[in-house]
Design a protein around this ligand. Structure first.
Ligand SMILES: Cc1cc2nc3c(=O)[nH]c(=O)nc-3n(C[C@H](O)[C@H](O)[C@H](O)COP(=O)(O)OP(=O)(O)OC[C@H]3O[C@@H](n4cnc5c(N)ncnc54)[C@H](O)[C@@H]3O)c2cc1C
Length: 511
């Protein structure tokens, strides 16, 4: 039995903690805030309740696996999950409005044909077929195995782009999301659909490799799921599972350093007042960092050829985007048949990404509107809780702490969301705004950046650092580590780290 210190009670870290405890280790989680869940926050006021982090779960298999491997009660007995149908409604700048059914390729093709014109569905369907090939080729090394030393293999894009013949000129192959949209989908609305997926995960469609096709493939194949009570209920279930497995949690315990002894991680150092005993140092055989650890070690964790944290993780200005969210308390009930998620696409096309990724606010962003059918999220059926979100530049290049900017940008989002919620302004009782500055305060993420999932292609630039580090005994878990950010991906990192500690060098990946 080894002593394992886990830094942070985010979803990746808690997943690793539960799995390690089941393997017989003594696991203690040190969390600097008063609660678990990290980005999975909940805001409640006057009987309204909202997720302040992600609002939907994709790839629920990751959390099903966690619950199967760590106890008797499966996930579905611990939380109430429903598939949202339609999975998403899309409103395009030309007024086209289409609802895409959940996890039904044929249904999506038919809906796109009906709304965008014959042939549009088939083009999207063919694209998803190629995305499935990319998924089949890269799923294991990209998501289910520790990042291999020969990670250069993941530098190649797994997406089988269609050769574009051109009169008197050399044929070309789409290498980025924007090129797939322009050349293969050949309809500005289908291009906006694809680019919207990339942007919603914090990826720049102009540069993200075509392999980002995995993201719509994943959502449209495995479905979009809502957890009754919000994602906070999922965080609660994982926390409860940790407690059942005798994981110990120490809240208000900020880790300020990683202790190194004889060339390996030997414990963590806590901020003054965070430890119960006289010493601020806790010894451990392994340390699992569920947060960007650069500041904790005071030294480089990576060898020369290793993948580095994205977005200036080692210093400088963060460039990975965050989220701007407005929580709306509305008078009047949620009409029957309302789509859970509506995406109102920006007329600016890739101009939106140009703003976000150069550290500016987009004038007219793509806005996602979430309208869950959840009685626990509203005071009664005569009211509705609605969440409105856009991907934005992080705190730093944009000063989201400026109250004037906050309110002005919230006005922009509410205006755009009007396309999804009729009479929104008239129905509004109050609103609450969350910016990347709030995310930074809540999770400790620099600039409130939300790391994107790892992607193959682009010569490995969109991979995240491996779960093992230069310092033996120190492991990285959560959105800042392989296989990257997002609820499902962080869950996968938990499985990988547990496997690496339990099985050691023989570990070949999650099964
Ligand atoms: C606003 C927002 C919207 C999002 N939307 C989506 C979405 O739509 N889809 C999706 O898949 N994902 C989304 N995400 C990302 C997703 O929530 C995360 O990737 C996922 O929850 C995994 O988080 P994590 O494990 O990296 O931990 P985090 O949630 O980052 O939590 C880290 C924890 O570590 C603690 N901590 C930090 N430093 C220390 C320290 N020194 N000592 C002790 N504790 C420390 C923090 O307090 C925090 O509790 C969103 C995130 C945010 C913030």
């Amino acid at each position: 039995m080894a002593r394992i210190a886990v830094i942070g009670a985010g979803m990746g870290a808690m997943g690793a903690a539960a799995r390690l405890a089941v393997a017989g280790h003594r696991v203690t989680v040190y969390e600097r805030s008063a609660t678990y869940g990290g980005a999975l926050g909940r805001f409640e006021r006057d009987g309204f309740a909202y997720d302040t982090g992600p609002g939907l779960l994709h790839l629920p298999a990751v959390y099903r696996d966690l619950f199967v491997k760590t106890g008797r009660k499966p996930l579905e007995e611990c939380v109430r999950m429903t598939q949202v149908d339609p999975a998403s409604r899309h409103v395009f700048p030309d007024g086209t409005d289409v609802s895409l059914p959940n996890a039904s390729r044929a249904g999506v093709v038919a809906a796109l044909d009906a709304a965008l014109g014959a042939g549009a569905g088939a083009r999207w369907g063919d694209f998803l077929g190629r995305a499935r090939d990319a998924w089949d080729r890269s799923r294991r090394p990209l998501l289910e195995e520790p990042l291999r030393a020969d990670r250069q293999a993941l530098g190649r894009d797994p997406y089988p782009a269609v050769r574009q013949r051109r009169l008197l000129r050399a044929p070309r192959l789409a290498g980025t999301v924007a090129e797939v949209g322009a050349w293969e989908l050949a309809d500005p609305r289908l291009a906006a659909l694809l680019e919207g997926y990339a942007l919603s995960y914090g990826l720049d469609p102009r540069h993200a490799p075509a392999g980002a096709a995995l993201l719509p493939y994943m959502e449209q194949t495995f479905g979009s799921w809502y957890v009754q009570g919000g994602m906070r209920a999922l965080a609660h279930a994982v926390y409860e599972r940790c407690l059942e497995r005798r994981v110990e949690f120490v809240f208000h315990a900020e880790v300020t350093g990683i202790v190194e002894k004889d060339g390996r991680a030997a414990g963590v150092e806590l901020a003054p007042g965070a430890s119960a005993g006289p010493s601020p140092v806790v010894e451990a055989d392994h340390v699992v960092a569920g947060t960007a650890p650069a500041a904790l070690t005071g030294q480089e964790l990576w060898r020369d050829a290793d993948v580095r944290p994205q977005g200036g993780g080692g210093g400088g200005t963060p460039s990975v985007p965050g989220r701007f969210t407005v929580l709306l308390a509305l008078r009047g009930g949620r009409p029957r048949g309302t789509a859970h998620r509506t995406v109102v696409h920006s007329p600016a096309g890739v101009g939106e990404a140009a703003a976000v990724f150069s550290g500016r606010t987009a004038e007219r962003p793509t806005v996602t509107v979430l309208r869950p059918d959840d009685p626990t999220a509203r005071p009664d059926d005569g009211h509705e809780a609605v969440t409105v979100t856009a991907t934005v530049a992080p705190q730093g290049p944009v000063d989201w702490r400026d109250p004037g900017l906050r309110e002005r940008y919230a006005d922009v989002l509410v205006e755009v969301a009007g396309a999804a919620v009729p009479q929104l302004r008239e129905r509004l009782r109050w609103r609450e705004v969350r910016t990347p500055a709030d995310t930074a305060d809540r999770t400790g993420a620099r600039g409130g950046s939300v790391p994107a999932p790892s992607l193959a292609g682009a010569e490995g630039r969109l991979l995240h650092p491996a779960n093992t580090t230069r310092l033996p005994g120190l492991y990285l878990v959560g959105g800042e580590a392989h296989p990257g950010g997002g609820l499902a991906h962080a869950g996968m990192s938990g499985a990988l780290v547990a496997g690496l500690i339990v099985e050691g060098a023989d570990f070949r990946g999650s099964r």
